[in-house]
Design a protein around this ligand. Structure first.
Ligand SMILES: [Zn+2]
Length: 81
């Protein structure tokens, strides 16, 4: 449980869990950000694709997926109208 891969700069405590064990409790990396015309940016849940109000939240409000933010700095920005 306390394994550390050297990631998890955002502090998600589940970050070091191995992938695929239990998909909800194991973090999924956030890899997409929607950018709207007004300049606001919203991270996108990798499971249910809903946009999240806050960055670096540990779990998705909608589906409860545990989120990994270690690679968020390299997330793809998708422009939205
Ligand atoms: Zn979700």
């Amino acid at each position: 449980m306390s394994k550390n891969r050297g990631v998890g700069e955002a502090g998600c405590p589940e970050e070091a869990d191995p992938p695929g064990a239990e998909s909800f409790r194991c973090s999924m990396a956030v890899t997409q950000v929607y950018r709207y015309r007004d300049g606001s940016m919203y991270a996108v849940c990798p499971r249910c694709r809903v946009t999240m109000e806050r960055e670096y939240q540990s779990y998705c409000d909608r589906c409860g997926q545990c989120l990994g933010w270690a690679s968020f700095g390299r997330a793809a920005v998708v422009r939205k109208p």
